[in-house]
Structure formats: structure tokens, C-alpha cells
Design a protein around this ligand. Structure first.
Ligand SMILES: NC(=O)c1ccc[n+]([C@@H]2O[C@H](COP(=O)([O-])OP(=O)(O)OC[C@H]3O[C@@H](n4cnc5c(N)ncnc54)[C@H](OP(=O)(O)O)[C@@H]3O)[C@@H](O)[C@H]2O)c1
Length: 328
């Protein structure tokens, strides 16, 4: 496939209907660790640094490339520290706002500070991205004792016409249930953005969301690039004459999850977009479905417990953390 036809495929990618009838592009470009590494994502104790690779290109250059390649859904966040650069790329691309699908997320520290801080951060995100509305705005983590109020603040922003849809990220079944059960909340989240790949395929959580009509946005769909030499993946990739990344991406879109690959390399952006021209046979889907181990689920559980309070005044504590969530 030429890069031109890859671009055509991305521009004409399928969409996934959200509960409110909005068409969500089935593939997007992830902007985490693009040109910038947030402090708490590195071993640094405080402050923030540029991306760890000294040769790494700026976020603006990478996002501009992603837009040229054909990505139209940009997956952003306050935490990623690069929204102004993403906005600069959007501006330089000249692509009309209506042709883009912009999603951002509010970080734990802002969630902890409360509604006024969330509203101020939302305005900053709009300004940085150079837009007057978002297609989706999400609560990044279910910060204990604060996330329901944060979601309610997002509902208010939506009612003010500044956000088309709202959702959540990293929510366990029990977090979503807490939200839905709250008398203050009017609507079920449109999406839940969680890690999903064959190595972390949490069927019960996914089923719970799907039963409620909540669309799954999959992150780390490429397992953060750390499973590219897994023998089962290599074998399936050879069978289909595709790359391992394309097998992981195809598994994700074939399952009906929104696929959000990240790469700072243009050739990989093109490669990752080529997942709509082949289909994995049921046997191979089943093989991939079976790669999730108990160890992976336990690792996920540890990460969830650590991250719900990450960067907040409760960081490093289990204060308010739900210890009994649905793990799988
Ligand atoms: N809500 C959340 O808490 C959360 C958490 C994590 C991520 N996310 C979102 O999801 C997006 C994707 O997740 P992610 O960035 O963590 O991980 P990912 O997309 O699974 O993997 C990214 C890694 O894979 C490498 N890679 C990309 N394409 C490749 C290819 N074709 N072949 C080999 N290696 C390849 C990248 O390296 P190069 O860049 O060097 O190519 C990078 O190291 C993020 O950017 C962000 O938007 C959300």
C-alpha cells in the first residue's frame, strides 16, 4: 500500500457511533510522550523535561506529520504538557476545525482542586488547541472523593455548549457505577478510555461498558511497543504478511474499540493506519484473546491503585482507593 492510499484509508476510516449519535473516528493519533515527557511519567521527582530521546522531534512537527498522513482524531490531555504544540500543528495544517475530532482530558491535580480549577484548565486547553469547542472531554483518572464532582463539572461545561461529549478514562466498573448511581449526574459517559490489548483484555470490564452503551477507547493498544517480538504475534504477522503493530491494531478495530496508536515516526504513523484492509480469522482472534495472564491483571491492579491518587496530595497513599474493583 502506498502512503497515498494509507492517507485515503485514514481520511475515510470507519466510525463508531456514540450513545448520543455522534460518529467517533475508529482511529486516532495519541499524543502522550510526543515531544514532551511529563515529570511523573519519568523517574524525575519534580519539574518536567522534554521527551527523553534527545533526537526526538517537537510535538508540533510530529502532530503536523500525523495530520498530513491523514489522522483526524487527536487524543490529547492536560497531563501530556504539549497541547499548545498540538494547537500550533493544527493551525499550520490549515485543516478546518469541522474535519477534526479533538479529545482532551483533565488531570488528577486539577480534579482535586475542584470545579473552578477544572473550568479554568478547560479554557486553557481550548486556547492551547486553538479551538472554541472539544468533541470529547474526559476525566483522566477516577480520583477518589473528587471524580464525581469533576464529571458533574464537565456536564456543566457541556450544557454551556463548549464540549460536544463527555466521558471518562481509567474507570473501573465500580467507578462508573459510582458515577451512574450519583443523584447529581445526568448522563452515562460516552466513552471509557482504558488500556486494551491482547495482553490486557479485561473482558468483564469491557462487557460492562458495552452493556451500558459506553464505547471503549483503547490506549496502549500497541502495548507501548514492548511486545513487538512476542512469538505468537510474530507468527500471526507472518501469516498475514503484516507487521506486529498492524496485527495489534487490527485486533483492536475488529473488536470495535477506538484505536489510538502513538508514534513520533512518520513511517510508523503510516504503518499503524493500515489496519482496515484485512481481517483476522476467528481462530487468530481467539489466540490473541488468550494472551492475557493473571500476572498482567495483577500488574494492572497495582497501577490502578497507584494512579488514581497520582500527583495529588494523596499520592503514594491508598486514601479512598477502591481495593475491590473488577480486575478483569
Ligand atoms: N488515558 C490514559 O491514562 C492513557 C495512558 C496512556 C496512553 N494514553 C493515550 O493512548 C495513546 C497510545 O498509548 P501509548 O502512547 O501509551 O502506547 P502505544 O501506542 O501502545 O505504543 C507507543 C509506543 O510504541 C512504539 N510504536 C508505535 N508504532 C510502532 C510500530 N509500528 N512498530 C514498533 N513500535 C511502534 C512507539 O515508539 P515511537 O514513538 O518511537 O515510534 C512508542 O514507544 C497515547 O499517546 C495517549 O494518547 C492514554
Amino acid at each position: 500500500m502506498s502512503s497515498n492510499s494509507a492517507t485515503e484509508a485514514l481520511l475515510n476510516c470507519p466510525s463508531i457511533p456514540l450513545l448520543d449519535g455522534t460518529a467517533h473516528p475508529a482511529i486516532g493519533f495519541g499524543t502522550y510522550k510526543v515531544g514532551f515527557l511529563p515529570a511523573s511519567a519519568s523517574s524525575a521527582v519534580s519539574g518536567a523535561s522534554k521527551a527523553d530521546d534527545k533526537d526526538e522531534r517537537s510535538a508540533k512537527d510530529c502532530v503536523l506529520d500525523a495530520l498530513k498522513v491523514g489522522y483526524r482524531f487527536l487524543e490529547c490531555a492536560e497531563f501530556y504538557g504539549n497541547e499548545a504544540q498540538v494547537g500550533a500543528a493544527i493551525k499550520e495544517s490549515g485543516i478546518p476545525r469541522k474535519d477534526l475530532f479533538l479529545c482532551s482530558k483533565v488531570w488528577t491535580t486539577t480534579i482535586e482542586k475542584g470545579p473552578e480549577a477544572i473550568k479554568a484548565q478547560f479554557e486553557k486547553t481550548l486556547q492551547d488547541l486553538g479551538t472554541d469547542y472539544l468533541d470529547l472531554y474526559l476525566v483522566h483518572w477516577p480520583v477518589p472523593n473528587h471524580h464525581v464532582q469533576a464529571y458533574k463539572t464537565l456536564e456543566e461545561l457541556q450544557k454551556a455548549g463548549k464540549i460536544k461529549g463527555i466521558g471518562v478514562s481509567n474507570y473501573a466498573v465500580q467507578d462508573i457505577q459510582e458515577l451512574i448511581d450519583s443523584p447529581d449526574i445526568d448522563q452515562v459517559p460516552l466513552v471509557n478510555q482504558i488500556e486494551i490489548n491482547p495482553f490486557l483484555y479485561r473482558k468483564n470490564t469491557i462487557q460492562y461498558c458495552q452493556d451500558k452503551g459506553i464505547v471503549l477507547q483503547s490506549y496502549r493498544s500497541l502495548r507501548d511497543g514492548k511486545a513487538m517480538d512476542h512469538p505468537t504475534l510474530v507468527e500471526i504477522a507472518n501469516k498475514y504478511q503484516k507487521s506486529v503493530a498492524q496485527i495489534l491494531g487490527r485486533w483492536c478495530v475488529q473488536k470495535g474499540f477506538v484505536y489510538v496508536p502513538k508514534s513520533v515516526k512518520t513511517e510508523r504513523m503510516i504503518e499503524n493506519g493500515q489496519v482496515f484492509d484485512f481481517e483476522l480469522a476467528p481462530d487468530d482472534m481467539n489466540t490473541l484473546d488468550g494472551l492475557t495472564t493473571d500476572d498482567n491483571l495483577q500488574a494492572f491492579l497495582g497501577l490502578y491503585r497507584k494512579c488514581v491518587n497520582r500527583d495529588t496530595s494523596k499520592d503514594g497513599t491508598m486514601d479512598g482507593v477502591k481495593m475491590d474493583i473488577t480486575m478483569d
